[in-house]
Design a protein around this ligand. Structure first.
Ligand SMILES: Cc1cc2nc3c(=O)[nH]c(=O)nc-3n(C[C@H](O)[C@H](O)[C@H](O)COP(=O)(O)OP(=O)(O)OC[C@H]3O[C@@H](n4cnc5c(N)ncnc54)[C@H](O)[C@@H]3O)c2cc1C
Length: 422
């Protein structure tokens, strides 16, 4: 059953979810399986959010495709969720139980019934930075958004549609599946409640002057390291430095910009476990490589403590207690920190530096259109009142996937209550 379409084209749903990462996706599925009509609005051309770009995820260290595919299957078999990708909310009016939401859907420039362009896209003459690989590689202007994309559909990068070389090339489209004249659409939804699952963005490492990001290709962030390790990433999963060197040693720099009043004052709570996870990638792919991790204190809450202890026992991983003061290239890449246990200054030479940058709420950079209170860091403040607008997942606080899923179930329950009340 698709959302009810009123005469004037307004669609009616119980819940409108903004953000199709693991939090929004799960909220939409849980609510719909409990009987609600749902609209899911995602700005990217595919659902999945940041998790889809990981190599593995802790604690089980399985590839993200496992969990996501199960959710995508639940979504495919579910007629109560209307998914809009390349879509954002531009206006929200009304009150709890009766919102009117205006949604802008950008053109995909590929017709819904178009075929598989894997072979033809290789001849595309226009390439651009690939945001899915955090700028570590280029992609063709006609691209498939992710290995297990949902929807399973090609897209044209909007930066290419006015490029004469691309327009000329597109004329040779094998089954006439491209439409470069496709226009933006505006949809109107009536919704009883709204879930904001807009997630997080990696903190901008170029702001960390002393850590050298941007000055040297072999200083990367933790999210880039996920891509460098993934088989569907820019190196096919072969761990080399971005400048193409063999990796014999790696340093993980914890709290890169986190717990720092000049950057992100809070602890993201997942970066220590994420770096320990990434140390496992190195261990598995390059058994002889030396691994250094510089930390203020290692935070691996709850059951993740076991995960930490297992890696503590690994002789190839050296844990240095000290906040890194400087990363510079002086012949070799050098990481300098004051060891807070010994008081001595330590400098380690490595081939690759991974900055463990924290999770900044997306809402800190793009304020939500729906009326909602943000804290001083841009996280959505949850209230017990039936406001009709709920934050979910990392839009509310930094969190791992497990907590995000609990939030999603909670938001689905609130939406259910609102639907019954109004
Ligand atoms: C380096 C690193 C590694 C990590 N590894 C793990 C791990 O191994 N295991 C684990 O459990 N957790 C891990 N995490 C945490 C994990 O990334 C988060 O728990 C998870 O991404 C939260 O999902 P989310 O849906 O809240 O946010 P996101 O994944 O950020 O999804 C938000 C979605 O909303 C969309 N969106 C944003 N704004 C709008 C808008 N205005 N309109 C429409 N759509 C919008 C985005 O495009 C995105 O698709 C890691 C975090 C880091 C930093």
């Amino acid at each position: 059953m698709s959302p009810e379409l009123a005469a004037e084209g307004t669609r009616t749903v119980d819940l409108l979810v903004v953000g199709g990462g693991i939090a929004g996706l799960t909220t939409a599925i849980e609510a719909s399986e409990a009987g609600l009509q749902v609209a899911l609005i995602e700005q990217e051309p595919t659902l999945g959010g940041r998790v889809a770009r990981f190599h593995h995820y802790f604690p089980k260290l399985c590839p993200p495709a496992c969990g996501l595919e199960i959710n995508f299957r639940r979504l495919r078999d579910n007629e109560r969720v209307n998914v809009h990708t390349l879509a954002t909310v531009n206006k929200v009016e009304g009150e709890a139980g009766d919102y009117t939401v205006s949604v802008t859907v950008k053109p995909r420039y590929v017709k819904p019934d178009a075929g598989d362009y894997s072979t033809w896209a290789e001849s595309c003459p226009v390439e651009m930075d690939d945001p899915a690989n955090y700028g570590l590689s280029k992609r063709k202007a006609l691209y498939y958004p992710a290995e297990n994309a949902f929807p399973a559909s090609w897209a044209v990068d909007e930066r290419a549609v006015k490029d004469p070389a691309f327009i000329e090339w597109a004329k040779g489209c094998p089954d006439d599946g491209l439409d470069l004249e496709m226009a933006e659409e505006t949809l109107t939804y009536k919704a009883k409640s709204i879930a904001l699952a807009t997630g997080w963005v990696p903190y901008d490492a170029t702001k960390l002057d002393l850590l050298g990001y941007g000055n040297d290709p072999d200083i990367v962030t933790n999210v880039q390291f996920e891509r460098l390790s993934a088989p569907n990433g820019p190196t096919g999963g072969k761990l080399t430095t971005p400048s193409g060197k063999e990796v014999k040693s790696v340093a993980f720099v914890q709290c890169a910009g986190s717990r720092d009043r000049d950057h992100l004052p809070f602890c993201s709570g997942v970066c220590c476990t994420a770096s320990l996870k990434q140390a496992s990638y190195v261990r598995e792919k390059l058994p002889d490589a030396a691994i250094h991790m510089f930390y203020i204190d290692v935070r691996t809450p709850g059951r993740l403590e076991d995960f930490y202890q297992e890696r503590q026992e690994d002789a190839a991983i050296t844990l240095h207690r000290g906040k890194v003061a400087k990363v510079e290239r002086n012949g070799a890449l050098k990481v300098t920190a004051e060891n807070t246990l010994t008081g001595s200054l330590e400098t380690v030479e490595v081939d690759l530096v991974v900055l463990a940058t924290g999770m900044q709420p997306a809402a800190a950079l793009v304020k939500p259109v729906a009326e909602v209170e943000l804290d001083e860091n841009g996280f959505i403040v949850q209230t017990d009142e039936a406001t009709g607008v709920y934050g979910v997942g990392t839009a509310v606080r930094p969190a791992a996937v497990a907590e995000t899923l609990q939030d999603a179930t909670g938001a689905a329950m609130k939406a259910l209550q609102m639907a019954r009340r109004s």
